[in-house]
Write a protein that binds this ligand. Structure first.
Ligand code: CP
Length: 304
């Protein structure tokens, strides 16, 4: 593995190895001093063209816990504002000697193009509605910790499917490891290529989540939707919102995931998000371990 661009590119063995490594490195997060010298002498740059709290912060923490130096670039305040292209900006950062570039961009395929252009590993931190591979890995790790396995589980991914890169990374990751995945959401939000995804897609919420062990609730991505696509958040919640009552009736054994940030009272009810079935906090913690594993995997051999 030279870059991490998507889970669709990885074999079940590669995904499992990353999960095993994440589990091992998660132990560092339990220590009083969360620092090991593994990546001392390396530098990691993050370049985010879209907002982020979880992914950007956890990549930075992951790098720091492994003793890598970090630098965070934003379009605001950089020479991108003077018209420098993304490609020239990335080449410039790479020429300063960084050992990996973590990139988030609203356009699908940008990390792949950067990977072809740059002499250092590129990690996709989310590209358009294409993939968010470290989110997929942390979802897998969280579920594996809870159930002790992935194979054979029924996993429903619910909500705004068309705009979600998380939906795709989860789909590829969970199916690669033997789970049965269903996509559930309003017809308006089905991906254009839904027939090619190889899994059931339904707008019947009740049938979609019935009997599942895992329900991943997706954020309603209003920033990506054409104006007026969803007339009313309350209406969406009434029809598609996940509540403790709905879950208890349809999938009483299920745990609930949400990639964050959550729209409380829109796609998920607060009592569910904060209740015993929710693994949201565990997902966030696992995000650090997974990103440590990815950095270690890509940079471990380069450490000076
Ligand atoms: N899940 C996720 O990508 O969250 P952020 O946008 O806060 O990074």
């Amino acid at each position: 593995m030279n870059d991490l661009l998507g889970l669709a590119d990885l074999s079940a063995r590669e995904i499992t190895e990353l999960l095993d490594l994440s589990q091992e490195l998660a132990g560092i997060l339990e220590r009083p001093i969360k620092k090991v010298p593994t990546l001392r002498g390396t530098a990691v740059a993050t370049l985010f063209f879209e907002p982020s709290t979880r992914t950007r912060t956890s990549f930075e923490l992951a790098a720091k816990y492994l003793s890598a130096d970090t630098v965070n670039l934003s379009p605001q305040g950089s020479s991108l504002e003077k018209g420098e292209t993304l490609w020239d900006t990335a080449r410039t950062v790479a020429a300063m000697g960084v050992d990996a570039l973590v990139v988030r961009h609203r356009t699908a395929g940008v990390p792949e193009r950067l990977a072809a252009l740059l002499p250092v590993p590129v990690i996709n931190a989310g590209d358009g509605a294409h993939e968010h591979p470290t989110q997929g890995l942390l979802d897998l790790l969280t579920v594996r910790q809870h159930f002790g396995r992935i194979a054979g589980l029924k996993v429903a991914v619910v909500g705004d499917l068309a705009h979600s890169r998380v939906a795709r990374s989860d789909l590829w990751g969970f199916t690669a490891l033997g789970a049965e995945v269903r996509l559930v959401g309003p017809r308006l939000f089905w991906p254009a290529d839904w027939e090619e995804l190889g899994v059931p897609v339904t707008e019947d919420l009740e049938a979609g989540i019935r009997g599942c062990q895992v329900v991943q609730v997706l954020r309603l991505q209003r920033e990506r939707q054409a104006a007026g696509l969803i007339p009313d958040a309350q209406e969406y919640f009434a029809r598609w919102g996940l509540t403790p009552q709905r879950l208890a009736r349809l999938a009483p054994e299920a745990v609930v995931l949400h990639p964050g940030p959550m729209n409380r009272g829109v796609e998920i009810a607060s009592p569910l998000a904060d209740g015993p079935a929710s693994l949201v906090a565990r997902q966030v913690t696992n995000g650090v371990a997974v990103r440590m594993a990815v950095l270690y995997r890509l940079l471990g051999g380069r450490a000076r």
